[in-house]
Ligand binder design. Structure first.
Ligand code: TRP
Length: 338
């Protein structure tokens, strides 16, 4: 089993990233280290597909590396690196551009969403983004790729590219690429904005009150939770009865994810209570979970040299793991390299 996943290094991690993705990465790292391997990377090459500020990308890369380690990604057990230090990602993308079809990319909903009305002004990198993502996982013969719902289509594309390449350029007995399976861990919680239960918690939301950052202190967390949008009804006995109450449902989901319980179990404890009672309990649980993470983060983030050394070491391992597949790809395509 080989698990590969990436995250864009755009600024600070928030509770949605943690409960939706990173905590599951940590779990996978714990489960798999006996008979497999995890590779986790900062998708800095993907970050240049949208307008960006170079200095912010550089510091955001260190921010995210520190945040991942603070959350429990152990650079000794998992391979932790940033794409830009492993040129094989960009190389393999170019090689796969010969196999990916315009028609496939034209169907990608993320490109449509991110380019919006300005399709003509979108970068080529934004259009080819899913091919780079395919290269990210195919390069390492990933068997499993933990992704959220919004990335499932990109993973399907990676499978299509792998299949077509194997078909077009390989013997049936010796395909170059493994077809990766998406895994969506059942515990992966979809965390919504604290101001709007229909929008995902996001670092690009204009309102700071919409999200809990992993670096927020206890006072800020309590304040944000107390100000979170809710409704005047008391909490029901079962999760099913929360239908149509998006904000209430989101807070219960967060509580359940933090406590490691089901939403139904949480409601058993709080049925009949109003938010005046529920919110302080939720805030305390958040502070309890996040304060050790943010303390570790602050420590790690103070030492650029140590962080850079972690990424350099991870990149060294990643380059070695990538080399055979990259060589096999050049070879299958008939590209002469001496
Ligand atoms: N596109 C992913 C996201 O925005 C990040 C990513 C890049 C990724 N390459 C990947 C995720 C490879 C999984 C596997 O969330």
């Amino acid at each position: 089993m080989r698990v590969v996943s990436g995250i864009q290094p755009t600024g600070n991690l928030h509770l949605g990233n943690y409960l939706g993705a990173i905590r599951n990465w940590v779990r996978m790292q714990e489960e798999i280290s006996v008979d497999g391997e995890c590779l986790f990377f900062l998708a800095d090459l993907h970050a240049i597909s949208m307008p960006h500020v170079p200095a912010e990308l550089r510091s955001g890369t260190r921010d995210m590396a520190a945040a991942l380690v603070a959350c429990g990604i152990d650079p000794e057990r998992s391979v932790l690196f940033n794409q830009a230090q492993v040129p094989a990602h960009a190389e393999l993308q170019w090689l796969l551009n010969g196999t990916a079809r315009m028609g496939w990319l034209n169907r990608m909903t993320q490109f449509k969403d991110k380019s919006g009305k300005n399709r003509e002004g979108a970068s080529i990198a934004l259009y080819a983004y899913p091919v780079l993502q395919a290269a990210d996982v195919l390069l390492y013969q990933a068997t499993h790729v933990p992704v959220g719902d919004d990335q499932k289509q990109h993973l399907e594309l990676a499978r299509d590219i792998a299949q077509k390449f194997n078909n077009d350029f390989c013997n049936e007995e010796s395909p170059v690429f493994t077809l990766p399976d998406p895994i969506m861990p059942p515990q992966a919680a979809r965390i919504m904005s604290l101001r709007d239960g229909s929008a995902k918690m996001s670092k690009s939301d204009a309102s700071e009150m919409s999200r809990i950052n992993l670096t927020d202190n206890a006072d800020t967390i309590m304040k944000k939770v107390k100000k979170a949008k809710t409704d005047p009804e008391p909490l029901p006995e079962t999760a099913k009865e929360l239908e149509g109450r998006a904000e209430a449902s989101n807070l219960v989901t967060i509580y359940a994810a933090l406590a490691g319980k089901s939403a139904d179990d949480v409601l058993t404890d709080f049925a009949g209570e109003g938010f005046g009672k529920f919110k302080p309990a939720l805030g305390e649980l958040m502070v309890e979970t996040l304060s050790p993470i943010s303390a570790r983060y602050v420590d790690l983030r103070e030492d650029d040299e140590a962080l850079d050394a972690i990424l350099a070491k991870g990149a060294l391992k990643a380059r070695a793991l990538a080399a055979p597949t990259l060589a096999a790809t050049y070879n299958a395509l008939g590209l002469f390299r001496g």
